[in-house]
Design a protein around this ligand. Structure first.
Ligand code: ADP
Ligand code: MG
Length: 250
């Protein structure tokens, strides 16, 4: 049930995509991983992108964040054509959490956060407020705040990585397989507060996953990618109680 703090998706939200790939082609060297890819992440939704290993999910996320070039098509941000670059995308309020966490193992959690704040040029009371807010969303971070990130469990590192991405109050979050190495329960515990803040703030999240059960629990829509093509677009209810049906698709 929506509480009054939760911002329900409106018709206007649905009308304009937050981030859209339009007829996009991209790949490596002389082969395209996908061609004519169309995907729209709407305002105020979690869109779950699932697919087998090598389907092209990470490539698509990298292209959307500007880490990887594309050879044809276009990217639209709030309906406007853009050529993504990581610094511009960050400036537009987009955060990207790559596969494999990417924390600095020799630094404490606090230092990992400080580095992110520094690179986003956030200082003083603004920085303190941002940290307080993220610790409010993910309070378990406080339990290992002064420990070295490299000494934390996979789930704890994933929490650091997502928490760090939330520091700049993103309007769009691109999450690449945050479940890797996590038990389903831990993954669920990580996703629930993210879902809560997404609803409260009206964020858009593109969640790339293979652990479908937990991901679908927090998603509004689902798309399935197979060998560089979107083969299914629907909603989690399409697979209610029958995730095997979904897994068989890819
Ligand atoms: P997914 O995230 O769905 O597992 P990827 O986007 O990582 O898939 O990979 C899509 C395809 O691109 C795979 O065939 C993979 O081998 C290839 N690929 C990924 N990264 C590179 C790279 N840096 N250089 C060359 N080929 C790559
Ligand atoms: Mg991947």
């Amino acid at each position: 049930m929506e509480t009054k703090n939760n911002r329900a998706a409106t018709a206007a939200d649905q009308a304009v995509s937050a981030l859209e790939a339009k007829n996009l082609s991209a790949g490596y060297d002389d082969h395209n991983v996908f061609e004519n890819m169309n995907l729209d992440l709407r305002k105020n939704e979690i869109l779950c992108l699932i697919g087998h290993n090598g389907a092209g999910k990470s490539t698509l996320l990298k292209v959307l964040f500007g880490l990887q070039p594309y050879s044809a098509g276009e990217v639209l941000l709030n309906g406007q054509h853009i050529v993504p670059s990581p610094s511009d995308m960050a400036g537009h309020g987009i955060s990207y959490v790559p596969e494999g966490r990417g924390v600095f193992p020799g630094l404490t959690v606090k230092e990992n956060f400080a580095l992110a704040l520094w690179s986003a040029k956030m200082t003083g009371s603004v920085a303190d407020e941002r940290v307080d807010e993220v610790l409010g969303v993910l309070p378990k971070l406080k339990d290992f705040w002064t420990r070295k990130a490299g000494q934390l469990s996979g789930g704890q590192q994933q929490m650091v990585s997502i928490g760090r991405a939330m520091l700049c109050k993103p309007s769009i979050l691109l999450l690449d397989e945050p479940s890797i190495g996590l038990a389903p329960k831990l993954f669920q515990d990580l996703l629930e507060p993210i879902r809560a803040v997404q609803k409260q703030r009206g964020m858009s999240i593109l969640l790339v996953e293979q652990q479908v059960g937990e991901a679908l629990n927090v998603s509004d829509r689902v798309v399935v990618m197979k060998s560089g093509e979107i083969i299914y677009r629907g909603v989690p209810a399409d697979f209610e109680g029958d995730h095997a049906k979904l897994m068989e698709m890819f």
